[in-house]
Design a protein around this ligand. Structure first.
Ligand SMILES: [Zn+2]
Length: 378
């Protein structure tokens, strides 16, 4: 009886000390402890499930194991990406934008970059230096124009943006303005990832078509690319985008973190969609996506999108192969320690160059435990 009363005294005094220190109500303390315990338990549980599934997948390697890998990564990345980020980039809905009061400075009012949104200008200035910082190039290229722009016809729904690098002339980076004006697509995470993608393109090297890949008309204008060119440069650009977003995230850009996870989810899900389509069971992918990731409105919009793609089946397969299947495989190679060949060079001594390889160190760091999981496929 004596011990019990002493114990209760200790508990009572400990309790009042806790309250005095933290000015916490008993309910909030219980809440914190219970919630903490629940979180730990839940994390433990989910990681045990992941480790268990991975162990089985590695033991019984087969055609199905990459499916397990992509499903796990898609769910994990989806949770980390969080909900959509609606935003207003101050898009002027016109060709150019100038800060108020600086109209007479022309394009120099915006540091020499023609733009129609302060948001896109600010991020262009923030993103380009990472290309050098990450060792993607030794000489960064800035665009002359960095703009939001409407796209004509189906392009408005299908293309995120474009980059133009003429031999001589203005370098243009453009993001589809549907990402701002269309309620269905307004999401800062997507815009940031498109902008990084286009800014990677203009750095040149393997992110652009080589002269021998260009098909020209009699006047010397480029009319097409040789087969495989688009797939080569788009997949490399998309893989590099993932690492640049990781670098921005690790340096403290919270939007870049969300963008990184959203992109990773997209890579894994695109790979799964491609597999489902190839096996002629696209409905399996759609059903899983509806159950796991979409609300009712998104489900209806996605079905709408699929009715278009059903008439353009091969174009969709081609898109997925470039931007998802190949890019995802390059990102995984990067995670396994194999740098991405940039095709860009750095001079060591006059006349001696080496080709830069993009290391995926930031992606590896950001992936943490999920990176260890992915390395089982190295
Ligand atoms: Zn591209």
């Amino acid at each position: 009886m004596k011990t019990r009363s002493r114990l209760s005294r200790i508990v009572r005094s400990g309790w009042s000390t806790l309250q005095r220190i933290g000015r916490l109500s008993p309910a909030s303390v219980i809440n914190t402890i219970a919630l903490g315990a629940w979180r730990v338990l839940r994390i433990r549980l989910s990681w045990w499930v992941v480790i268990g599934v991975a162990a089985v997948a590695v033991l019984y390697r087969g055609a199905w194991t990459p499916i397990v890998r992509d499903v796990v990564i898609a769910h994990y990345a989806h949770a980390r990406a969080g909900p959509i980020v609606p935003f207003d980039p101050g898009y002027s809905e016109s060709v150019v934008w100038t800060p108020p009061g600086a109209e007479d400075l022309g394009r120099w009012a915006t540091w020499g970059v023609e733009t129609n949104s302060p948001w896109i200008l600010r991020y262009t200035k923030l993103i380009v230096p990472y290309m050098a910082y990450e060792g993607l190039t030794s000489q960064v290229v800035y665009p002359d124009s960095s703009i939001f722009e409407p796209r004509a016809g189906t392009d408005s729904f299908l293309n995120g943006g474009y980059a133009i690098v003429p031999n001589l002339g203005r370098i243009i980076v453009s993001v589809n303005d549907r990402y701002v004006d269309d309620m269905r697509m307004n999401d800062a995470r997507s815009v940031l990832s498109v902008l990084v993608h286009e800014l990677v393109h203009i750095q040149g090297g393997d992110f652009l078509a080589r002269p021998d890949e260009e098909i020209r008309d009699t006047k010397g204008n480029v009319v097409a690319w040789r087969e495989g060119t688009s797939a080569r440069l788009e997949s490399a650009t998309e893989a590099a985008t993932q690492e640049i977003l990781a670098a921005m995230c690790n340096f403290g850009d919270k939007l870049a973190c969300r963008s990184f996870w959203m992109n990773l989810e997209d890579l894994a899900r695109g790979d799964l969609m491609y597999r489902a389509m190839k096996a002629r069971v696209p409905w399996v992918y759609e059903a899983w996506s509806n159950l796991s990731f979409r609300n009712r409105d998104q489900e209806i919009a996605s079905a709408k999108r699929m009715r278009y793609w059903n008439r353009h089946w091969f174009a969709l397969m081609e898109q997925l192969e470039k931007y998802n299947v190949r890019a995802w495989s390059q990102v995984r190679d990067g995670i396994c320690g194999q740098p991405l060949n940039t095709g860009l060079t750095q001079m060591i001594t006059p006349g001696r160059f080496f080709i830069l390889g993009l290391d995926f160190d930031d992606t590896r760091l950001l992936l943490g435990r999920s990176g260890i999981f992915l390395r089982l496929w190295c």
